[in-house]
Design a protein around this ligand. Sequence first.
Ligand SMILES: NC(=O)c1ccc[n+]([C@@H]2O[C@H](COP(=O)([O-])OP(=O)(O)OC[C@H]3O[C@@H](n4cnc5c(N)ncnc54)[C@H](OP(=O)(O)O)[C@@H]3O)[C@@H](O)[C@H]2O)c1
Length: 340
Amino acid sequence: MFSSMSRCPMAAAAARAVMRAVRVSEFGGPEVLRLRADVPIPAPKDTQVLIKVHACGVNPVETYIRSGNYARKPALPYTPGSDVAGVIESVGERVTAFKKGDRVFTSATLSGGYADYAVAEADTVFPLSDKLNFSQGAAVAIPYFTAYRALFLKGRAKAGESVLIHGASGGVGIAACQIARAYGLKVLGTAGTEEGMNIVLRNGAHQAFNHREANYLDKIKEYTKMQGVNIIIEMLSNVNLAADLHLLSHAGRVMVVGCRGSIEINPRETMNKESSIIGVGRFLETEEERRQCAQVVLEGIEAGWLKPVVGPEYPLQEVARAHEDIIHSSGARGKMVLLP
Ligand SMILES: NC(=O)c1ccc[n+]([C@@H]2O[C@H](COP(=O)([O-])OP(=O)(O)OC[C@H]3O[C@@H](n4cnc5c(N)ncnc54)[C@H](OP(=O)(O)O)[C@@H]3O)[C@@H](O)[C@H]2O)c1
């Protein structure tokens, strides 16, 4: 005997219009990430697109937001995730740049990327080259846009300058290594494991150092012949900022990209070299800056120097483990990705 739902086509369609998505209904530890199978598939409004998600990058900030200890808090319940790569499923009435079936990646979703489908504004969506698979596509937007912003839009890096990427083995770090090398900088990178150092060296760094080694700061100073570096892209400022000020050359800049707490520094250390400490907030990008970052990234993919390195991949149902692992990492090996 058939159920009344299976006999009614409209009811069956309505029943099908749900998807799996991770929902957060209260702030807390990784256990608040709940995979639901009954979340309505969002409909794209006039300037929006609906993307069938094939991969979604995991960013550390998503763990800070989930914990409730972050300055920006979404309204509950919500679905985390921004860095989606996938295929256009449908488009809003005013969208002309994309059509069903296009491979794309996006830097921001409106409905959340840890899901089977996600809605995004079309102007935050970009074509995904056949040169990259979906996991690599999910490793592009936030890491590379942040790295380019830190190096050039805020750090004013120039060819011939030196840069220390302090934490180069993760998503943003590898992006920074590749971009800095492509733009003619001398690139030094750090990682916490041998494997991480090798990844850093394969992705543009001229020299790699281990930030878990007791004397690695001395090794960096020796490598620069005590001249220091022009720029530091800092992934863990609460640990390294005071030491960074001793690694800079005259008029050097520390770009604060990652920070998980406070640190005491002596401001006097900035005076003798006229050095700067500059915060980087990718979420503050203007439309023009986003276009600029996208152009650099799309050109880099076509030219072949921009190749995201994908690290651990997790099925959507293991999202809590992914959040545990990204914060308590024993050594990054590229970008962490969720696969719906
Ligand atoms: N400001 C912004 O707009 C913005 C945008 C994106 C990301 N972020 C932040 O930037 C940071 C990096 O993001 P991600 O996506 O690259 O994270 P990720 O993939 O988890 O990588 C973290 C990196 O930090 C390194 N690290 C660990 N201990 C370190 C230490 N003592 N000194 C220096 N580096 C250390 C790790 O190296 P090992 O694992 O090899 O030890 C790894 O390279 C995070 O804090 C994130 O929240 C900020």
